[in-house]
Design a protein around this ligand. Structure first.
Ligand code: TXA
Ligand code: MG
Length: 314
């Protein structure tokens, strides 16, 4: 059920139930992070593997020291500068954080989301919220309350309405070591923004996964999604395809088209990507085509999500 009742959301969460919450990135599936039984429900509803840890959401920077320890000075600076925002920071966890949240890791990801409804909710609660994206694992993340309803609406008691997510892609996840900012997942806060405060390095996924959002198949559509150099050229070489095309600007092509931006604006593209992927996935065509996106600013996060959603890079 979708609604705007903050008191209801707060009391459900206090009773150990799940509530979907709006954030500026994507909707989250929230539970009381300090209640292991509630957190287990998140894994069950999402069908999420238990080795994949959850982000802890807090309502105020002052709460950081309750849940993290040995916080690097640069991490504190970034919190001061960027929070509330779509910057998530991997830190040593304190003993207050249940192992279930971190999937046994000694580190926890903290984030203060920038959405007025959810900030109000967090201020009413005396516990932080564990919240992954509010979708079944490996499907496209929700950017409206209706997307959540369509995906997991029957499995949870309440979805807090917060409009369409401003950013539309998940948060950037970083870890700070000395003067270096390691990017574990590209997202709403860009490398360019962060580079004003330290040396920025992209840390590729290793065997020991630091951020399983980096694993290859994720964010998938049911239909094959192909990333191509030029859609026109692809259609010349592969004619008579029943195709949907996600476009970065106006173009006349023989597909059902979904315009992500009218003039290649990367923020608009990020913002409309997931909704368009859902629409294209449910139309009558057989494949979804999209061109390689310019990898700068938030374009890197767009490229990352597309790579994970795609069948093949053509
Ligand atoms: O924008 C966002 O970050 C959204 C909203 C709801 O806040 N949340 C989100 O959560 O994207 P989720 O669970 O879909 O993605 C979080 C990523 C996962 O890839 C997870 O593996 C990684 O963060 N992660 C969380 N805690 C971690 C930890 N302790 N160590 C390493 N990776 C962690
Ligand atoms: Mg997710």
């Amino acid at each position: 059920m979708i609604g705007s009742d903050l008191s209801k959301a707060a009391s459900l969460l206090s009773n150990g139930e799940l509530v979907a919450i709006p954030t500026e990135t994507v909707y989250g599936l929230a539970a009381n992070a300090l209640n292991p039984e509630a957190v287990v429900e998140i894994y069950r509803v999402k069908n999420r593997p238990s080795f994949n840890p959850l982000i802890l959401h807090i309502g105020d920077v002052s709460e950081v020291d309750k849940y993290a320890s040995h916080i690097p000075e640069l991490a504190r600076t970034l919190m001061r500068v960027f929070w509330p925002s779509s910057l998530s920071i991997l830190l040593h966890k304190s003993e207050n954080v249940p192992d279930l949240i971190t999937a046994g890791s000694p580190k926890v990801v903290l984030r203060m989301p920038n959405h007025s409804t959810t900030l109000k909710l967090l201020k009413r609660l005396d516990f932080p919220l564990a919240a992954p994206s509010a979708n079944i694992s490996n499907t496209v993340s929700p950017t409206t309350a209706q997307h959540v309803e369509d995906g997991i609406g029957k499995k949870i008691p309440y979805i807090l309405e917060g409009g369409t997510c401003n950013i539309g892609l998940e948060s950037t996840i970083i870890e700070v070591q000395g003067d270096t900012i390691h990017i574990l997942r590209d997202g709403g806060i860009t490398r360019e923004q962060l580079s004003q405060y330290g040396k920025v390095i992209f840390t590729q996924a290793t065997d020991k996964v630091q951020s399983p959002g980096q694993l290859s198949k994720h964010y998938s559509t049911k239909k094959p999604l192909y990333i191509v150099d030029r859609i026109e050229k692809y259609l010349e070489e592969n004619p008579k395809q029943k195709c949907s095309a996600l476009l970065f600007q106006q173009s006349e092509i023989q597909c059902t088209t979904y315009l992500l931006s009218s003039d290649y604006n990367l923020a608009e593209i990020a913002n409309s990507l997931f909704a368009a992927m859902r629409q294209a996935d449910s139309d009558e065509n057989e494949i979804i085509l999209i061109e390689k996106v310019r990898e700068e600013g938030i374009g890197r996060a767009v490229a990352d999500r597309l790579k994970r959603a795609s069948t093949t890079n053509l």
